[in-house]
Design a protein around this ligand. Structure first.
Ligand code: NCD
Length: 302
């Protein structure tokens, strides 16, 4: 039985295979329409979500399976004081596979040890978000034709943003990737994530300006400043709009730059960019469904 708690739970070959299956699903949807007939997915979301939860549900429905679950902790017995372990144990007697999002780092690991059905981490606090990473990798592969030999800039809230933590962890296993971490001092990439690169002698730089660095980038991954993680509201207010990507800032960017964002966007990408052919964040949204279909198939051995 397999779980996906951390992107490193999958080998590089397995990730590449999932992307291939995701690409095939995108082209041949009908072929997969009955693959999970009779199977049930639970989506247990203790934190807000639009894309992740709905793409999981849409993925399972498009595989011919069914879904059930909840979209806030408030509507579950968590408010009565039930533990994660007990909730998971309960739900796993109803379903074949579980996708869970929780505000606590490590919650998905606790969940996985409380059940025999596969558990997918759909985001655990500020820690990791491996299925967003699969989405990101599929989109990079689609846009660039490869998952190696490029320079990626990650910009915004690198401290609390779990998507960039998982993405660094994943890309560190591919060849010749350079990293430019663009953030204010208060929101730098955590040491724990930088250590993944240090241990492999992989180059990275930490900078504060988009303008001065954009010309070197092949990929620019923008992120939202994670309001819900700040203890100090004044600090959030001060930092929330430090980076707003607009036409002006893209002036020196490469013609084939790929602009990514896990979404939701607040102010960090101006809407005027949405029609730029380099903007790929709505492609990520679409790919998110197909790669999750591929993942569900794999974990259920269908
Ligand atoms: C991200 C998340 O939940 O971490 N959203 C997503 O799943 N696409 C990013 C964010 O909330 O900023």
């Amino acid at each position: 039985m397999r779980n996906l708690i951390d992107i490193t739970d999958l080998s590089v070959d397995e990730i590449n295979d999932l992307i291939k299956v995701g690409e095939d699903i995108k082209k041949n949807k009908a072929k997969y329409a009955e693959k999970c007939k009779g199977k049930q997915l639970a989506t247990l979301f203790f934190e807000p979500s639009t894309r992740t939860r709905l793409s999981f549900e849409s993925a399972m429905l498009s595989l011919g399976g069914n879904t059930l679950g909840f979209s806030s902790a408030q509507s579950s017995s968590t408010v009565k004081g039930e533990s994660i372990a007990d909730t998971i144990r309960t739900v796993s007697s109803y379903v074949d596979i579980i996708a869970m999002r929780h505000p606590q780092e490590g919650a998905a690991t606790i969940a996985a040890t409380s059940t025999k059905v596969p558990v997918i981490n759909a985001g655990d606090g500020t820690n990791r978000h491996p299925t967003q990473t699969l989405t990101d990798l599929m989109t990079i592969k689609e846009a660039k034709g490869k998952l190696s030999n490029f320079c990626i800039g990650m910009c915004g809230d690198l401290k609390y943003g779990r998507t960039v933590h998982s993405l660094v962890e994943a890309l560190s296993r591919y060849e010749n990737i350079k990293y430019v971490f663009i953030s204010p001092k208060e929101l730098k990439m955590p040491e724990e994530v930088l250590n993944i690169l240090k241990q492999k002698n992989i180059e990275y730089t930490e900078v504060e300006s988009i303008e001065e660095n954009i010309l070197n980038l092949d990929i620019l991954y923008m992120t939202r400043v994670q309001k819900e993680r700040f203890k100090d509201e004044k600090q959030y207010e001060r930092l929330k709009d430090v980076y707003i990507l607009d036409k002006e800032k893209l002036k020196n960017a490469k013609k084939d730059l790929v602009i990514l964002h896990p979404l939701p966007r607040v102010n960090e990408i101006a809407e005027e960019i949405d029609n730029d052919p380099r903007a790929c964040y709505f492609k990520q949204v679409e790919n998110g469904k197909y790669i999750r279909m591929a993942l569900i198939l794999k974990l259920l051995n269908q």
